[in-house]
Design a protein around this ligand. Structure first.
Ligand code: RP5
Length: 164
């Protein structure tokens, strides 16, 4: 995106983008500039460390990290920055994302990672959570978030069940 990114979306592999684009889409819908890229914590650790430093210096307010399997990306990012880190567990082939979830959620005391649901819902909610954090200091964004919630509530109210 052209504007200065407020959120960094990092994922361990290109295969994660199918899920992680849900986070990007939410940010885009709310007009929040983001930077999204593939950086592996274990295949390219030096690149990751450089990126964390650079993103922090450029003023991003939080990281959204998606990874699968032995998913240490979010935890490693959290160890290198005091900015909030939102972790999204990727669905995985053999353990259906339970490996990713447990790897991300079970951070030892002292280095927190806010962990979201496995897959699409988790990625979208991480995007929405980032919007909510940014909205604390942005009244216009807060209004857009309220309108988004109202739309969902209205959709529920409008539901009618078929007669038996
Ligand atoms: C993790 O391993 C990635 O986050 C991805 O979810 C999974 C598979 O990655 P690739 O081997 O396809 O790059 O590092």
């Amino acid at each position: 995106m052209g504007n200065k990114p407020m959120v960094s979306i990092v994922m361990g592999g290109a295969s994660d983008w199918e899920v992680m684009q849900q986070a990007a889409q939410q940010l885009k819908d709310f007009g929040v500039a983001y930077d999204a890229r593939v950086i592996s914590a274990h295949r390219s650790p030096d690149l990751l460390f450089d990126y964390i430093k650079e993103a922090g210096a450029q003023g991003v307010r939080c990281f959204i990290a998606g990874a699968g399997g032995a998913a240490h990306l979010a935890g490693v990012i959290a160890g290198k920055t005091t900015l909030p880190v939102l972790g999204v567990p990727m669905p995985s082939k053999h353990l259906q994302g339970m490996d990713s979830l447990l790897s991300i959620v079970q951070m030892p005391k002292g280095i927190p990672v806010a962990t979201f649901a496995i897959g699409d819902a988790g990625a979208a909610n991480a995007g929405l959570f980032a919007v909510a954090m940014l909205a604390l200091n942005d009244a216009e964004l807060a209004q857009r978030l309220q309108a988004f919630r109202k739309k969902q509530a209205d959709a529920v109210k409008a539901v009618t069940l078929p007669d038996l």
